[in-house]
Design a binder for this molecule. Sequence first.
Ligand SMILES: Cc1cc2nc3c(=O)[nH]c(=O)nc-3n(C[C@H](O)[C@H](O)[C@H](O)COP(=O)(O)OP(=O)(O)OC[C@H]3O[C@@H](n4cnc5c(N)ncnc54)[C@H](O)[C@@H]3O)c2cc1C
Length: 531
Amino acid sequence: MATYDYIIVGGGSSGCVLANRLSENPAHNVLLIESGRRDADPWIHIPATFFKVLGKGIDIHPYASNPDKGLNGRPSIVPQGNVLGGGSSVNAMIYVRGHRNDYDTWLQMGCQGWSYEDVLPAFRSLENNERLNGQFHGRKGSLSVSDPRHRHPLSEAFVKAATEIGIPHNDDFNGADQAGVGFYQSTTYGGRRWSSAQAFLREAEKRSNLTVLTERRVARILFEGLTAIGVELLDGTIFKASREIALTAGAIATPKILQLSGIGEGAHLSSLGIKVVADLPGVGANYQDHLEVPVQGETREPISILGHDKGLRAVGHMLRYLTSHRGLLASNVVECGGFVDTAGTGQPDVQFHVLPVLIGFVDREPEPGHGLSIGPCYLRPRSRGWIRLKSSNPTEQTDFNANLLSDPADIETLVRGVETAIRILDAPALAKLVKRRVLPRPGVEKDPEALRDYIRQSAKTVFHPAGTARMGRADDRMAVVGPDLKVRGIEGLRVCDASVMPTLVSGNTNAPTMMIAARGAAFMTGKTISG
Ligand SMILES: Cc1cc2nc3c(=O)[nH]c(=O)nc-3n(C[C@H](O)[C@H](O)[C@H](O)COP(=O)(O)OP(=O)(O)OC[C@H]3O[C@@H](n4cnc5c(N)ncnc54)[C@H](O)[C@@H]3O)c2cc1C
């Protein structure tokens, strides 16, 4: 039975950061176990083709919640990366850290040492920003962050139209002020995706003290008393850990593994015949996700990217990309957007993701024709769901109650987001290009009931599940990990992924998750991060 100093469960955004930082010391033997394949599909690495990767469905796991009342009985389908690099290998590459108040709120919730000032050095230590530097940005990290190499005319028009209705322009959403519209920076390098695997694993895999296993799934953690001592894979293989185990399987898989291992609500686990190691009722609770609603306009001319992945046009784009790493294929497609304070609280509560094409989703066809899609998304949901085992069988799906839009405040934020997006669509820079609004159907916005029904019927995930093993104080009954990311009451086990977020950050979750992992690695090795 092989023994390692550290075992990392899940080779996604956070797992690859940990693999890198823990293997920096040649004296440490590190094992990373990932359920998906290696990230060998070439479409992963070309920014604009991430839609192909999602469409193929091989490198993702399509989690689906139970039918959700808040979504008019639809399930929330939440594809997650199932490949080396995890979400960072299949995502839209937007580089956003959230609002400084997010982290200050975590501190107020009892997460000592997680204020904005505390986490900023970790963000900076990871980052290699091609344009920005100084107080907020890093240049020495392995995570390449770049400005867009391609700006679609519809993206340009969105940014201009938004400023026409009075939203300020912002060219750094991760700087002094998050508010405003503009082009997103992305985790790309030289026109290629810069996933966590690319940034942190490629370098670390050259070290002889790091072992990476792919296509192997962890079923549970093994304990001796209250100390985690190893992991058992689905095929029965056991690996032992002499120092620590880090769970980085993502916010949907991590609470499942914890519960299968005997960590969760005691009475529930006992009822399934699972021996209780730690009675932590917060495991699987506090599920949160960002939802967006489509606001779409059909353009007068065929100027969107529809059809550009086919025939001679596709060949042209590929030739340009192969010769210069520029052009449409170097685009992350969701090139622009921004953050707007729709409630007048002084802090943005809605984010826009904008695509120069009419998009559908896994459960619906796109509207026909050329156009653009604006996705207003709430930033700080109040609704909370939960993920609980149905049985002790690791291959069985969980009881996944997303419970989205159960808090009326979330619907009202989306109402304001949709209304703002419609105003942007109607502003001169876009009105010039847009023939008619297709979604929501004209008139729906004037009928409060119809608009709320449209939101329930069309809201979809922005792929940011979080919060299911949340961090908190030792006396907080629902906290699963402490501010040092150690599972409460257990030795040798930490959670270092998006599960630990007490509340979702106000923005995309890839960079914040990597920050959490970098801090987790520092806690494990006793190092201080200097940003
Ligand atoms: C389609 C999509 C678009 C997104 N767009 C953006 C964006 O533009 N910007 C942004 O900031 N964020 C984006 N995100 C979100 C971001 O990528 C995630 O928040 C982030 O990747 C989460 O990191 P994680 O380490 O918690 O989990 P993941 O990166 O999901 O990693 C978990 C890993 O664990 C593996 N795993 C699961 N179960 C097991 C098991 N039992 N045994 C072994 N391995 C296991 C999985 O295969 C996976 O590789 C997007 C996500 C998706 C899916």
